[in-house]
Design a protein around this ligand. Sequence first.
Ligand code: G6P
Length: 750
Amino acid sequence: MPLQSFRLTLRFVLPLALVLGLFAYAVVPLVDSLTLRWFVRDLDARSQSLANALQDPLLEYVPQHSERRIGQLFDRALRDERLHAIGFCDPAGNLLYKTSTYPSTLGCRGAGHGGALQSLVTLPQGPLHVSESALERDGQSIGKLVLVHDMSFIERRSADTKKYVIGLFAVIAIVTSLITVFIAHLSWRDWVSSVKRVLRGEFGVRPQQQSPQSESHPFEGDLRALLHEFNVERRTRDDSTHLWTPEKLRVLLHEELAGDEVLVVSNREPYLHMRTRNGIEVQRPASGLVTAVEPVMRACSGTWIAHGSGSADKESVDRNDRVPVPPNNPAYTLRRVWLSREEEKGYYYGFANEGLWPLCHIAHVRPVFRSSDWEQYVAVNQRFADAVVKEARTDDPVVLVQDYHFALLPRMVRDALPKATIITFWHIPWSNPESFGICPWREEILEGLLGSTILGFHTPFHCKNFLETVDRYLETRIEHEASTISFGGKLTQVEHYPISIAWPEQMHDQPGIEECRISVREEHGLPADHLLGIGVDRLDYTKGILERFQAVERMLEAHSNLVGKFTMIQIAAPSRSSLEEYQNFEARVRAMVQRINARFGSGNYQPIILKAEHHDADQVNRYFRAAEVCMVTSLHDGMNLVAKEYIAARDDERGVLVLSQFTGAARELHEALLVNPYHIEQSAESLYRAVTMPEVEQRDRMRSMRSLVKDFNIYRWAGRMLLDAARLRQRERIMTRIRSHSRQSLRRVV
Ligand code: G6P
């Protein structure tokens, strides 16, 4: 028996022996006094009946003084082995007759009395039971009969009883110990072999004769509980103390996920090759998603699969539709997928941007759902899933699926590569179950997303909305504490990972703040002390651009001293412009700018400068560094990275951020001036407060926000997801073994 088994046995046997010993110690005296009482009572009764039997002969012989006959009578009675002696005393207390065994020290004790008297006396020859019975004739005492019983036999019997009791307890102790040892040994062996099987990965293989109800089931229960705890612990662990860097992310990927393969899937590509008058130019799109994920890909390498939408994209790829990027310093591969006009119309413009986009952003634009769009959406998701499978060099790649364009792809990839780690990130908000419920294909979308290992949102609120939506429309098992959904035997972790940017360590490659201030003002014909606001968005109705302009108008109304002194520069990248909704929106924006400029502008002065064209990151940075205030007034936004980019650009710790409370960023950037963009007066006052804010206050606020964005950077976003994926992969492996183990056990019983 192994040492552990022996220890286990001792742990049972020692307390048992102790308890039994204590029990015996308490019980033996009790048994002793009980048996004594029974024997004395027995002797009392015997003495009484013997006295009765002797009474008549004595009443006859005593008056006759017949010593011989009395002697014979006494001798006959003495044949009873327990009767030790007999004596007869006259009423005066003289011992008239006695057997030779009568103890001389006993004599005749006390005067005569009526009835019978029993007592115990201890003489040198041992303990004696003495019974005295009065003899009367015609109401007159003629003496008393003394019967003396030897009690030493009681001691002998009591000693025997003690021996039996102790012996009995010893036998009980030995038998119980043996049974305990036997059971402990069997249990230990089963536990050990269960653990060994788990470690060897043979959890399903069990000895033939054991039933599923055997002792290893508590072990499985423990294991499940342990995994549950582990999951909850994982969620509460704060890893914010480490600064996440590209290097740290790389190490994590290789050590924790043993992944030399990362595949990203998104609709928007990180680099577009565009045909221009000057030849082919490379452009970076205006997309928060691309801003965030690109640095992660640079750190991790791998392949990014996206729609090739640039006008010169096809000319720039190899025969496998691949192109190394970034163009100047390649770090990963961009694999382009080509879409026909029909596909793009139905999948991208139709279902994704006329259906899901307004559905998830509560911006009061009605979603449009067409069956033909849905069909294209399904088909294009499948095409991208096929591309993932084709690009994967192993059967368990790490696949990072991006955004609402690919709600069905996680399940499609899961079906083709069951061992893949699929991390899906939903970059836009998730609405409540009622709002989401109007989507005619809500179940399909939810099922598709639940093909993911991890499903990420920006905020806990969006996670909660998603869990509630799944709860409402699908049959699943949801563990709210651990934030997991079990569907079709697969587990999906739903977690919030607030997205961020790559923190620029130094801005030395950027022009200095003063230089930016001067050059931007000069470019627009503005004096050096002119106050500037900046807004950077796609021309999208969710961004609150109209509300922002109304706030500028209201501020100029309320603070006329700022007319001619303040200008809002709005960089608005054209977006989804073939959709009517976006065309109308652009028209409204332009009209409003015209109206406000007509109202407050004069000469060269325009309160709003609309720059509705593409700007690259360096150009945008110049504006950020030149402006006193940045306005982010989205009506609803998953995160909004413009807010974080403005903060990163202000290494002079100056400038103020006016931020919509309906952005994910508002949950982190508490030192911004938070506004409700629908409340025009409030936004106007916040804008005024921003342009007049003392420098000390600007510095305090900006410093605090900079430190947060620096720590909670994009590497942390990706790192936390990858870490969680690694843990979940491990958990899933163990759970699979537990399940297959239970199935096998059940089959054997059946
Ligand atoms: C949002 C979406 C992204 C998208 C970006 C630009 O940020 O979450 O997925 O790339 O808008 O939109 P576009 O339609 O031009 O890609």
